[in-house]
Design a protein around this ligand. Structure first.
Ligand code: C5P
Length: 226
C-alpha cells in the first residue's frame, strides 16, 4: 500500500501518545511526537537562559537548537543540539513553560517545517501526534483523528503517568487537573495554529474506552483508507 499519513490531535491526557505509538507499532509505521519537539525546544531555552516569558527572546533563539526526533514508535528519543533531551523534556519545569514557547509564531514555523519534512520522508507511512497536525501541519493527511476525554479521566490518566515516571507519591488529582486545563486553555486560545479539531477529523471520545479499544478503532479506520 501507499505510505499512509495519520494525524492524531487532541488535548493533554486523552491518550494521544500511547494510542499513536501502539497504532504505529501495529501497522509498521513511523511515529512522530510533535509535543516532544515543542518540549525539547523549551528545555533548550530553559537550560540556555533564554527568558521563556519574553516572546521576542524566544523568537530570536528559535533557530538555534537543532531538534532531531527519533521516529521508531518503540523508542522515540529526541535530541536538542546533539544533547539527549528524552528524559528532561518531561519535567514539571518544561511542562509549565511549554505553552508559552509554543505560542511564539517563529517557533511554530520552524517546527511545522521540520514536521512536514519528517512526514514526507517516512517511506512506510507515519502517525503524527500533536495539537495542530490535522489543521495546519498536514491538512492533507489520509486520516485525521481528534481524541477527547472528560477532564476527570484526563487528570486521572496524567496523574497515573506522573506517578509511574518517577515512582513518587501520587500527585494531587485536583492540582493535576487544574494544571492540565490551564495548559489546554493556553494552547486553545493562542493566535497561531491553536488546538482545534479539523473539520474533517473523526472525534473519538476515549473517556469510557480502554487503550486497546481506542487503538483497535484507529487501526480499523486506517485499514479502511489503505
Ligand atoms: O503533547 P504534549 O503534552 O507533550 O505537548 C506539550 C505542549 O506542546 C502542548 O501543551 C502545546 O503547548 C505544545 N504543542 C503544540 N503543538 C503541537 C504539539 C504540542 O503547540 N502540535
Amino acid at each position: 500500500p501507499a505510505p499512509v499519513i495519520v494525524a492524531i490531535d487532541g488535548p493533554s491526557g486523552t491518550g494521544k501518545s500511547s494510542t499513536s505509538r501502539a497504532v504505529a507499532t501495529a501497522l509498521g509505521l513511523s511515529y512522530l511526537d510533535t509535543g516532544a519537539q515543542y518540549r525539547a525546544i523549551t528545555w533548550w531555552m530553559l537550560t540556555n537562559d533564554v527568558d521563556v516569558n519574553d516572546p521576542a527572546a524566544v523568537a530570536a533563539a528559535a533557530h538555534k537548537p537543532a531538534i532531531v526526533s527519533g521516529t521508531n514508535p518503540a523508542a522515540p528519543g529526541i535530541t536538542a543540539d546533539g544533547v539527549d533531551a528524552t528524559g528532561p523534556i518531561r519535567t514539571q519545569e518544561v511542562t509549565a513553560a511549554v505553552s508559552a514557547v509554543s505560542a511564539v509564531p517563529e517557533i511554530r514555523a520552524q517546527l511545522t517545517e521540520l514536521q512536514r519534512r519528517i512526514a514526507v520522508e517516512a517511506e512506510t507511512g507515519i502517525v503524527v501526534e500533536g495539537r495542530d497536525i490535522g489543521t495546519t501541519v498536514l491538512p492533507d493527511a489520509d486520516l485525521k483523528v481528534f481524541l477527547t476525554a472528560s477532564p476527570e479521566a484526563r487528570a486521572a490518566r496524567r496523574s497515573g503517568e506522573l506517578r509511574g515516571a518517577d515512582g513518587a507519591a501520587k500527585p494531587d488529582l485536583a492540582g493535576t487537573q487544574a494544571a492540565l486545563l490551564q495548559r489546554d486553555s493556553a494552547d486553545s486560545s493562542r493566535t497561531t495554529s491553536p488546538l482545534r479539531q479539523a473539520g474533517d477529523a473523526l472525534e473519538v471520545d476515549t473517556t469510557e474506552l480502554t487503550l486497546e479499544q481506542v487503538v483497535e478503532c484507529v487501526v480499523t479506520l486506517i485499514r479502511e483508507k489503505q
